[in-house]
Design a binder for this molecule. Structure first.
Ligand code: HEM
Ligand code: LAN
Length: 457
């Protein structure tokens, strides 16, 4: 490997940069994935870059990445990195605002709530929401996929997870509150110290929206309690499940969890479904296979979708998996090193931001082959697409280890149901050239996602 400016004797190679302070930020932001893979080829699997005065150490490939996914939270810490961004949006008492063993209990509550019995009830709810939504499309036209999926996903997730009371008050005002909260997930929130957040107008609006949203949830929680009815949703699970200590969640915690639930599935799913739409609009053969599968599984009369049918949609499933390989919405996973850590013969110093890029790992030629940049769902037909379990950290769209996602099966259920109805009714075709990812966004959405649609005969 090329020799870099080595700092301490066994510190990872440090990528030099001509630009003072900003460091590698400019080159990195143009196309982070190409940059990272180029650096890996030059400097090896672990290297450090400087951006805006901060040190980022990237772990590339299976062996290096195992450090991030296998370390204790006390050594490679998530709260130190994410709390400043996430806590103002969700509020106190949940996620990265509490010690990690408490957050693990909260994740377990989510897990009990996301069970198969409930999933079976969710499929028809989602199907009906999507049918209602699609009536506004008419016979043919052009549509911005990201906008359309954002709307379908917020309504379906809220209906299933929050329950009918909250879904029924999801009007334009509430949608706008979500939008304002959402705007809080931005680089400024990360770069500025929390006590300076008030200087940024969109972060002030985030805080005001948070207060309003909590009020709406308090009312809904009260309504559920007063009704004496039990719902088949996450709200019910959170009301009914105590912590190990025997204590039940406060309304404030429940409301924070409900905000978190929606945020977790919103951009991740809407970005993934938009990319899938872009891939299918540009790849009519794979789109045809997906449609054929719908006819096969649901019959040409298109029976209502059910949970077992979704399970047997292999082609659609693989198309999602492949979309999550090439365009994982969480393109970088970050931790803070609280002490020096060893990996691949190096010692990473304390106080680095330690990163794994799912996008880069999921596009390494040595793992995924020479055709790794091509959209080819069939690669998942055998061995999960991976050459061996030695490469398990080279497919991590949902992360791994103690911070792993608990929403994967809900995300598949929700997106596959939406796509079943969409494929049944419409055919998509491309208008523009294949869009670049929007690398300036926190989530790499398509820079343009307008496609043409036409009703099937
Ligand atoms: C964590 C991806 C949908 C809830 C994560 C992580 C990733 C991820 C990569 C790990 C973050 C890290 O290690 O720093 C995705 C993708 C989704 C999706 C790609 C959809 C396509 C959802 C949904 C929910 C959810 C629908 C809830 C219903 C969570 C939770 C965590 C998590 C609770 C745990 C964070 C932690 O322990 O630190 N997700 N997610 N996600 N996700 Fe998801
Ligand atoms: C997010 C959203 C942003 C995302 C990026 C900054 C894009 C990524 O680069 C790093 C991971 C991060 C911060 C991320 C981690 C997990 C989050 C916070 C989420 C997916 C949004 C929601 C999810 C959270 C853990 C959901 C659980 C909520 C509870 C209230 C328990």
């Amino acid at each position: 490997f090329r020799r870099a400016n080595i700092q301490a004797k066994d510190a990872p190679p440090f990528i030099p940069s001509q630009v003072p302070f900003l460091g590698s930020a400019i080159e990195f932001n143009k196309n982070p994935v190409d940059f990272l893979i180029r650096m890996k080829n030059q400097y090896g699997p672990v290297f450090t870059i400087e951006m805006a005065g901060k040190k980022f150490t990237y772990l590339m490939g299976n062996e290096a990445s195992s450090l991030l996914f296998n370390s204790k939270n006390e050594d490679l810490n998530a709260e130190d990195v994410y709390a400043k961004l996430v806590t103002p949006v969700f509020g106190k008492g949940v996620a990265y605002d509490v010690p990690n063993d408490i957050f693990l209990e909260q994740k377990k509550m989510f897990k009990t709530g996301l069970n198969i019995a409930r999933f079976k009830e969710y499929v028809p709810i989602i199907e009906q929401e999507v049918r209602d939504y699609l009536t506004r499309w008419g016979d043919k036209g052009e549509i911005d996929l990201f906008e359309a999926f954002s709307e379908m996903i917020v309504m379906t997730a809220s209906h299933c997870l929050h329950g009918p009371e909250i879904r029924s008050i999801l009007d334009e005002r509430v949608a706008h509150l979500y939008y304002l909260l959402d705007q809080g997930f931005c680089p400024e929130a990360w770069l500025l110290p929390s006590w300076l957040h008030f200087l940024v107008p969109k972060l002030r609006r985030r805080d005001a929206a948070h207060v309003e949203m909590k009020k709406i949830f308090y009312a809904a929680i009260e309504k559920r309690r007063a009704s004496g009815n039990k719902g088949e949703d996450m709200l019910q699970t959170l009301l009914d499940t105590p912590y190990k200590s025997g204590r039940y969640m406060t309304d404030d915690e429940i409301a924070g969890m409900l905000i978190g639930l929606l945020m977790a599935g919103q951009h991740t799913s809407s970005s993934t479904s938009s990319w899938l739409g872009v891939f299918l609009a540009h790849n009519t053969e794979i789109q045809r296979q997906c449609y054929e599968e719908q006819c096969q599984v649901r019959g040409t009369t298109f029976e209502p979708v059910d949970y077992d049918q979704l399970k047997s949609m292999r082609v659609l499933d693989n198309a999602f998996r492949e979309t999550l390989r090439l365009r994982p919405p969480i393109h970088v996973i970050i931790r803070h090193s609280r002490k020096p850590l060893n990996v691949c013969g190096y010692t990473i110093p304390a106080n680095h931001s330690v990163c794994v890029s799912p996008t880069a790992n999921q596009r390494l030629t040595e793992i995924w082959g020479e055709e790794c940049a091509n959209f080819n769902p069939e690669r998942f037909m055998e061995n999960d697409g991976l050459t061996s379990t030695e490469s398990k950290f080279c497919y991590v769209p949902f992360g791994a280890g103690r911070h792993r996602c608990i929403g994967e099966s809900f995300a598949y259920l929700q997106n596959k149901t939406i796509w079943s109805v969409l494929l049944e009714q419409y055919q998509l075709s491309a208008i523009d050239e294949f869009p670049e990812p929007n690398y300036q966004n926190m989530i790499h959405t398509p820079s343009k996602s307008v496609v043409r649609y036409e009703k099937r005969k």
